[in-house]
Design a protein around this ligand. Sequence first.
Ligand code: AMP
Ligand code: ZN
Length: 468
Amino acid sequence: MLLYNTLTKRREEFVPITPGKVSIYVCGPTVYDYIHIGNARPMIVFDTLRRYLEHKGYEVNYVSNFTDVDDKIIKKSIEEGISSQEVSERYIKECKQDMDHMNVRPATVHPRATQEIDGMIDMISTLIEKDYAYEKNGTVYFRTRKDKEYGKLSHKNLDDLRSGFRALQVSGEEEKEDPLDFVLWKPKKEGEPFWKSPWSEGRPGWHIECSVMSRKYLGDTIDIHAGGEDLVFPHHENEIAQSECCNGVPFAHYWLHNAFLNIDNRKMSKSLGNFFTVRDIESHYDLQVLRLFMLSAHYRSPLNFSDKLMESAKASYERIRNAVDNLNFLIQHAGSGQMSDSEKEKAEELAGFTQRFDEAMDDDINTADAIAVIFDLVRFANSETGEESSKDFVQSVKDEILMLGDIIGMQFERKEEVLDSQIEALISQRQAARAAKNFALADEIRDQLAGMGITLLDTREGVKWKRN
Ligand code: AMP
Ligand code: ZN
C-alpha cells in the first residue's frame, strides 16, 4: 500500500514496525463547542484508513485525543459560568454522538489531556535534564535551536522562520532565548484551571500533550501520525522535536495530512465564522451522506462544500440504497435457491470488483476511485440480476456491495424502522404470556425485542422500554 508521507514528500510503500500490527495517532478536536464539518474530515478519512487496514488483516491500535484544556474552553466556561471540565465533558459527549452518526468508530483509546498531566511533567523534566528545555519565571520553553532536525516535517528553513517570528513577537515573550522557542508549561492566570509542577502552578502547552499520549498508548516510535494539514506547522513539527529529543528515536514513520474542507473556496474555520457544525448538517441530511461526500474526493485535495455537492452525494447514496432494496426484493421472491452455471461464472466477476477497490485504496487511500468501483458494481447488479436470478446469486452480489461499503464505513442497507406501536404490541403479548405463565414465550418475545434494539425495563410502575 502506498501512502503519501509529508516527511519525505513522497508516496512510500507502507511497512509497519511490527508485522501485522499498525499504530496510528490522530490529533483530535479541542472540545469547546460542537465539531464543525471541517473537523469531521480527518475523523472520516482516518477512520476509513483504519477500516481498510483492518480489512487487509492488520490489528490496528488507533489513538485519538480530546484536547480538554485550552484558552477557548476556559473562555466558554467563563461565559457560561460553569467549570472548564463541564464544558469539555459536554462537548466530548456531543462529539462522540456526531462520530457515531457519521459511522466513525470510537478509537481504541480516547485520552484526554487533563488526565495525562503527570506524563507531561515527566517528559518536560527529561527535556530540561537533556538541556532541550529551560524554565523562566515559571514558564518552560523548548530550546528549538538545539534540535538540529527542527523543520524537517514542514520543510521550513529555520532562519526564514526566525525572522518571521521576530516580527510577530508578542509581549511577554522577551524572556525566550530565541523567537522559535515554544511553550511546554505555563503558569496559571487568575481563575484558570491549574496543576502543580516543579516550575509553577499552571498547565501544559498544547503540543506536549500529543507527544505524551502517543508515547503512553502506542510507544516511542509509531507507524502513522495524522491530522489536518494546518497541523503540520507548528503543532506536528513541535511534537517531533519534543518526542525525538526526549526519546532519542524517530517519532512516527508516516505523517499523513488531509487537505482542508473549504466553503466558497475559503477555509472553513470557526475564527472566520464560515462553518457548519455536523449537527447543522444532520438536520438536513443523513450523516452517511456527509461521509460519502467527504470520501468522494481524495483526502489530500481541498474539498469545497456546497449544497449542490451535498445534493449530488445524497442522490448517489440513494442510488446505491435503491439497488440494495431491489436486491432484497429479489432475494425474497427468488424462485430457485442455487446458482446456475452461467451465474457461477458471473459471480466470479465479483472478485474483480474487490481487486479494483483494493487497488484504489492501496493508492494512497484513493476513496474517490474506490467509490467509483462501487458504482460500477451497482451497475453490474442492476443489469445482471432480475426475477429469473437465483437467491444465492443475488445474495452474493448484495454481499459484495455491503462488504465494499463497510470497508469505507458506509451502510447501504436501510435499517428497518421499528415503530412504537409495534414495540408496544409485542410488550402486551409478552405481558399476556406471563399472565398465562407461559414464560418460555415471554422470554422469546423479550429476545425478539432485543434483536430489534429494544431493551425492556421491569419497573414498579410496569414495563418500560428504551431503544439501544
Ligand atoms: P482543532 O479542534 O481546530 O484542533 O481541529 C481538529 C482537527 O480538525 C485537526 O486535525 C484540524 O487539522 C482539522 N480541521 C480543522 N478545520 C478543518 C477544515 N476546515 N478542513 C479539514 N480539517 C480541518
Ligand atoms: Zn496533536
